[in-house]
Ligand binder design. Structure first.
Ligand SMILES: Cc1cc2nc3c(=O)[nH]c(=O)nc-3n(C[C@H](O)[C@H](O)[C@H](O)COP(=O)(O)OP(=O)(O)OC[C@H]3O[C@@H](n4cnc5c(N)ncnc54)[C@H](O)[C@@H]3O)c2cc1C
Length: 436
């Protein structure tokens, strides 16, 4: 296959890149190793939007993300009033709407296909899939989350936090069924919400002090062994009463891109699922008769490698709500650092009416092949800022900008860096992105 733009990876950023490039007029191929689109949002069962995109009732992220969210709303597949501004969605409908949007835009995609090899040459990029298929492209977007192929072709990268390179811990997410919402609401009224549009009741537990107190007392009694001091999320699945997905484990490793470490982390993550389910059955109102419906297809990686780009977005810039002239996306999700070596989480929220910008230069490698641009959580940033923009609404918007950049570069026959932010911003605005 020969295309203008090849997107490596089909998580939220790869999806945004593929649709963004196709809407700009490029021929596009996307390759994803899982049999579904969505990355961590489907394969990782992290099926909710963190609040990067809303400032009160005002949306600050539009474009491909806004269109997808609108489609989920139309299908009653998302709750928009979860605790902490979280918006849980049905992962199957999410994946099918992503596939529909790719198809409508003309994206050709290969699901269940692993990219075994990737090269950049003078005249573009070539990927070799595990089944032997070759895809050649003028330009490529690395949307693997780990900057796998940017690293392989010589783009400089950093790993984890400054100083010791440690990364945020991993979590194996899962879905529960059989939650008795009436019993839960009787003891923990704050834990059950009602969706504004459908009227459906659903679990919405995130960072609540009553749940954290229970975690602490069970840990002290030696009955709970998960090394974290709170429950990040137990969130109802739209359209499935009594179901919820859980984000509660915490596994420490030094390098999630090392397959051997990842395998050990997955085994520990599964042990934590058993520990967590037993704790919920024992202690949480309405959960005495829950069952483990399914585990995610893979353990969730929050942080690994990031490229060194033309600019590195820092936590200080995010906290100062910095506006950049080359903005390609806005974000207002809190700084959310899961400690790389302890049970705590640092949270620092943004005041109403404030957000920060993500600059185009963070997507553009500072060195390496000129046909490659990077999307998603692996853009050029430090540990602190990436703890915020790594969530799915913002990485989808970053992906769209990466796709638009690659499409313009393909049309003009120029290097990624030569595109510059101006034409990208113009095209993003025309596609409904919100940049101010
Ligand atoms: C435990 C956990 C909880 C989180 N909670 C939330 C939350 O509540 N809300 C929220 O909005 N965000 C949350 N996030 C963050 C968010 O889900 C991720 O940061 C986001 O999905 C990153 O998007 P991405 O496209 O950069 O990478 P990913 O989602 O990781 O997608 C990368 C894709 O590339 C594919 N890929 C990689 N290598 C290859 C290859 N060789 N061949 C083919 N395909 C390949 C992978 O299979 C994957 O699908 C959470 C993350 C984790 C880990």
């Amino acid at each position: 296959m020969q295309v203008d733009v090849l997107v490596l990876g089909g998580g939220p950023s790869g999806f945004g890149a593929a649709v963004g490039a196709a809407r700009t007029g490029a021929s596009v191929a996307l390759v994803e190793r899982h049999p579904v689109l969505g990355g961590m949002g489907t394969a990782g069962l992290v099926n909710n939007f963190c609040n990067a995109h809303k400032d009160g009732d005002r949306l600050i992220i539009g474009g491909v993300f806004g269109d997808l969210r609108e489609r989920l709303i139309r299908r009653d597949a998302i709750y928009t009033n979860g605790a902490w501004g979280l918006e849980p969605y049905d992962p199957e409908i999410y994946a099918s709407e992503m596939a529909a949007m790719c198809a409508e835009a003309g994206v050709r995609f290969r699901l269940g296909s692993t990219i075994a090899d990737f090269r950049c040459r003078g005249d573009g990029a070539v990927a070799q899939l595990e089944d032997g298929e070759r895809i050649a492209a003028a330009h490529a977007v690395d949307a693997t989350g780990d900057a796998v192929f940017a690293h392989a072709v010589g783009v400089p990268t950093r790993h984890g936090r400054a100083g010791d390179g440690k990364v945020m811990p991993l979590t194996f997410c899962y879905e529960l069924a059989g939650i008795d919402l009436d019993a839960m609401a009787a003891d923990w009224p704050w834990a059950v919400r009602r969706d504004e549009r459908t009227g459906q009741a659903y679990v919405s537990i995130s960072m609540h002090p009553e749940a954290s107190a229970l975690v602490a007392s069970e840990q002290r009694a030696g009955r709970l062994h998960i090394p974290r001091d709170h429950i990040s999320g137990i969130l109802g699945t739209p359209g499935r009463p009594g179901h919820a997905t859980v984000n509660f484990g915490r596994v420490f490793i030094s390098d999630p891109t090392d397959p051997a470490q990842l395998e050990r982390a997955s085994a520990e993550g599964r042990e934590q699922i058993a520990d967590g389910v037993a704790f919920f059955r024992r202690c949480i109102p309405g959960m005495a008769r829950i069952r483990l419906e399914r585990e995610a297809r893979q353990i969730g990686v929050r942080e690994s490698r990031r490229i060194v780009g033309l600019h590195t977005l820092t936590g200080a810039e995010a906290v100062a709500c910095t506006q950049f002239e080359d903005v390609i996306a806005q974000c207002r999700y809190c700084i959310d650092i899961h400690s790389p070596d302890g049970p705590t989480t640092v949270l620092r929220d943004f005041a109403p009416g404030t957000h920060y910008d993500i600059p185009w230069r963070c997507l553009v490698p500072s060195a390496g092949p000129s046909c490659l641009v990077v999307a998603g959580r692996a853009i050029s940033a430090d540990h602190e800022s990436s703890s915020s923009f790594r969530v799915s609404p913002s990485v989808m918007a970053i992906g769209e900008a990466a796709g638009v950049t690659a499409a313009i570069a393909a049309r003009q026959g120029c290097a990624i860096a030569a595109v510059g932010p101006g034409p990208v911003q113009e095209r993003l605005r025309a596609q409904g992105a919100i940049l101010d």
